[in-house]
Write a protein that binds this ligand. Structure first.
Ligand SMILES: C[S@@+](CC[C@H](N)C(=O)[O-])C[C@H]1O[C@@H](n2cnc3c(N)ncnc32)[C@H](O)[C@@H]1O
Length: 258
């Protein structure tokens, strides 16, 4: 932590499996901070983080279905930055990796650094790391593209179907209000239609959920692309689309390299 009186921020990840994935350095930052902010819904996880520090504050109360998640994230950043600016050494503990498909840590660090205040991020084990281990995927074998599902839908993209495609936040794909917590079947149908530009409708895709607690288990469910509308999806679901065609050699570059 920073020793001057300006306060500091360290953003850490607690990993995906409660208690098992946290790194020693992240645990130390949580234990030594004046204030720890977290954003967790599980009582078990909350109790586990509270054991490490006596001043732990849950940011969950900022979420509301009546306004966009962007507003929620801005309010969280304000709450964190305020504590740092009154001179506290603050730790923001988020599940997974604090900077992977997670805005708040990046924004808080950026804002504090602009004011010359010490702020940094420690890496954590993300859902992506678990996915590679559980599904036996090496992203270096065929390549791997990944997008937030709604962003993937609303921007024009060129998908390389010879590589893996991972879509995050699949349960709220297409929710332009950024307020929802559950799937909308019409939006998922639009996603299927969009993906059918690159993949056959019977292409086998995987809904993946890593194990988060010793008492639950992982989910690896393989279905035809056209059937993702029939599945139960939740906030922990990630869609994995394996390659649908072989890698193609770029002859002209290969010849030049020879
Ligand atoms: C806001 S992002 C946070 C990701 C997190 N920072 C990380 O490092 O994994 C939430 C998305 O991560 C993915 N995710 C979170 N938990 C997961 C889990 N247990 N298994 C699979 N994917 C998960 C889902 O796509 C979910 O919609």
């Amino acid at each position: 932590m920073n020793s001057n009186n300006k306060g500091s921020l360290v953003c850490v990840g607690t990993g995906i499996m409660m208690g098992a994935h946290i790194t020693p350095i992240s645990r130390q930052y949580i234990e030594k901070a004046d204030v720890v902010f977290m954003s967790v819904t599980s009582h078990l996880t909350e109790a586990w983080i509270r054991e490490m520090n006596s001043d732990v504050r849950n940011l969950q109360h900022f979420y509301s279905e009546s306004f966009s998640r962007n507003k929620t994230y801005s309010q969280m950043v304000v709450a964190i930055v305020e504590e740092v600016k009154i001179g506290k050494n603050v730790c923001l503990a988020l599940y997974g990796h604090p900077g992977v498909f997670a805005l708040v840590a990046h924004k808080a660090i950026e804002e504090l650094r602009q004011d010359g205040i010490y702020a940094k991020m420690e890496p954590g084990i993300s859902a992506e790391d678990c996915l590679y281990a559980d599904l036996g995927i090496d992203p270096g074998k065929f390549g791997c593209q990944q997008y937030e599902a709604t962003q993937f839908m609303i921007y024009s993209r060129q998908v390389d179907s010879s590589a893996y495609l991972i879509l995050w936040q699949i349960s709220v794909a297409g929710d332009l209000s950024f307020t929802k917590n559950s799937s909308n079947l019409d939006n998922l149908s639009i996603l299927v239609e969009l993906l059918s530009k690159w993949y056959p409708l019977d292409h086998q895709v995987i809904v993946y959920e890593a194990q988060t607690l010793p008492v639950n288990s992982k989910r690896i469910e393989t279905v035809a692309l056209k059937d993702i509308t029939k599945l139960e999806l939740n906030g922990h679901s990630t869609l994995v689309i394996p390659p649908a065609r072989e890698l193609e050699i770029n002859k002209s570059v290969e010849n030049r390299l020879k």
